[in-house]
Design a protein around this ligand. Sequence first.
Ligand code: GLY
Length: 354
Amino acid sequence: MTPIQTQDYSVQFNQDCYPALNTYISKNRFSNIFILVDSNTANHCLPILLAQLETDLTIEIIEIEVGEQHKTIETCMGVWQTLSELSADRKSLMINLGGGVVTDLGGFVACTYQRGIQFINIPTTLLSMVDASIGGKNGVDLDNIKNQIGIIKTPNMVLIDTNYLATLSSREMRSGLAEMLKHGLIHNELYHSKLSNLSNLTLEDLDQLIYDSVLIKKDIVEQDPTEQNLRKSLNFGHTLGHAIESFYLNHGTKALLHGEAIAIGMILEVYLSSILLDFPIEKVNQIKDNTIKLFGKVEIPETDYSSIIDLMKFDKKNDNGNVNFVLLNAIGQPKINCIIDNSLIIKSFNFYNE
Ligand code: GLY
């Protein structure tokens, strides 16, 4: 697959990944290499990467615990300390090998260690391949508020090797699919309908769908890298989805994966689009049915509504005390900065539950 060249880095695919990485390492005079992994990628992915690396440089492995609950400043402290103890300097290279937690946190650590060292993302989950590893958003959560602390700085290279998906659970695969569905909804009806009819999916199809998703995200990010306007559309489904994810992260046994929460957020937000804009209600019902078929249904009790709504005050698109939603005029036609009355949000929860 042809590499995707963004304004300041390239995204390489499958068999091109490791030759590109080895060339990059040999061309830049790095002092040493640090590979950040979590306990899953240490077992399943690190041996694949190490077998492909051709370098005489010292390679140090830094392992963090797996899971969103470890995407914290305390985990960064541990990584910064290890880098410092192992004499990482400004010519060290950090390679983040993992899902969204590893690439977001590793990118943040790399951008801040000694005011910034080079980093390469090697995403190992579908979600990080199509979203987290691309576009330069790096950061950590603050208590249960997602990505409250962070920085936008693009990686020096991204390597997407879909062989890493072989050991991913189907639940994690579905979580990534939610972001791909979002790319279709905000940007391209044809892409969305391909994803909605997945019954005969081959591995080649999946590779092409991932490639197309990366192209959609690249196209949006390049027009608005610092999220002043168009990039906000990538947050479709996330205003309510993030609030739902944050709420259930700390409540009982219902913790949801990011994509599972975003899938609910997209149903709620297409419904709101049908009330406030011209989005056709038949399409809303189709999207709801398809999404629930794929992701199942999470009952959201009425008693949780107000706490979830309250959590939207932490959404990063807010300004002047307003919660700004992204809605859809139609598939592929997002409208940013929509303000919505709480009574309608409650109506959307009822629509999801009914
Ligand atoms: N994940 C949304 C963005 O990168 O803007």
